[in-house]
Write a new protein. Structure first.
Length: 228
C-alpha cells in the first residue's frame, strides 16, 4: 500500500493502493487477459521488471490479484476485487478519450499498439491457417520500425524480429495515423485514401484486413463537440 491519506473517505482508501505509479496500468493488463510476467511486461514495455514485481506483490497482498503456481508456470489472476476494477478502468479510459488533448509523440509506441491489436483479432474474419501481417512504421527509428503479427486459429502473437514465415499482407503506416485508427479518431477508409496507411498484398486480402480487427474498446466513445 502507498502512503495513507488519513481520510475515512472510500475514494481515499482505494487510492492508497491504486494511485502509485503504474499500478492501475498493471491492473489494466491483468483484466485484459495478461497473466504471466512476460505478458505483463510486453503490455508495459517501459516499466522496469523490478517495479512490476513490486506492484504485483502489493496487489497480491491487497487481495486484488491471486498468484497461482503450477511447477514453473506462474500466473497472476485477478480476484473478484480485481475484476470489479474493470468498469473503473473503462470509465477512466472513456474520460481520457473525451477530455484529454492530442497525444504527444512520446505517447506513441508501436509495441503497445501491436500488443493491443493482437488481443482484438477477429479470428472468424481471418483466413484459415497461418496469417502474417508485417507492419512497417515510416516515422519510427529503424530498430523499432518493423513488427509482425502472426495469427493462427484462436491465437495471435507479436514479433519484433522476422518470424521467417511468408507475409500475407504488408502494412506501411505513419504510427500516429494507425493509433488514430485504433482509437476511432480516423477511419480505415480515411487513412487509406489519405495515404497515411498503405496495404500491400492480394486485393481480396487488402480489402479484408480492416475486418480482421475489432477496434479498441474506446473507439466507440462519443467525443464532445468541442473535441470534435
Amino acid at each position: 500500500m502507498g502512503a495513507s491519506y488519513h481520510q475515512f473517505c472510500p475514494v481515499a482508501k482505494a487510492m492508497e493502493l491504486l494511485d502509485e505509479r503504474w499500478t492501475l496500468l498493471v491492473v489494466r493488463e491483468l483484466v485484459s487477459g495478461s497473466e504471466r510476467f512476460n505478458e505483463l511486461r510486453r503490455g508495459l514495455p517501459r516499466m522496469s521488471p523490478t517495479l512490476l514485481s513490486r506492484r504485483l506483490h502489493q496487489l497480491v497482498r491487497a487481495g486484488v490479484v491471486e498468484r497461482q503456481v503450477d511447477g514453473t508456470d506462474v500466473r497472476y489472476v485477478p480476484t473478484r476485487a480485481g475484476r470489479e476494477l474493470r468498469p473503473v478502468l473503462e470509465a477512466l479510459g472513456a474520460w481520457g478519450v473525451r477530455w484529454i488533448g492530442e497525444l504527444g509523440d512520446a505517447d506513441l509506441d508501436p509495441q503497445l499498439l501491436l500488443w493491443d491489436m493482437h488481443r482484438h483479432v477477429d479470428h472468424r474474419a481471418v483466413p484459415e491457417g497461418r496469417t502474417v501481417v508485417h507492419f512497417r512504421f515510416r516515422d519510427v527509428p529503424a530498430g523499432r520500425r518493423d513488427w509482425w503479427l502472426v495469427i493462427r486459429t484462436g491465437e495471435a502473437d507479436v514479433c519484433d524480429v522476422d518470424p521467417g514465415h511468408g507475409v500475407t499482407v504488408a502494412v506501411l503506416a505513419d504510427l500516429r495515423a494507425l493509433v488514430q485508427v485504433w482509437l476511432g479518431e480516423l477511419s480505415w477508409p480515411e487513412a487509406l485514401r489519405g495515404g497515411a496507411v498503405e496495404v500491400a498484398g492480394p486485393e481480396a486480402l487488402r480489402r479484408a484486413l480492416p475486418r480482421w480487427f475489432t477496434l479498441s474498446e474506446f473507439a466507440a466513445v462519443p467525443r464532445p463537440a468541442a473535441r470534435a
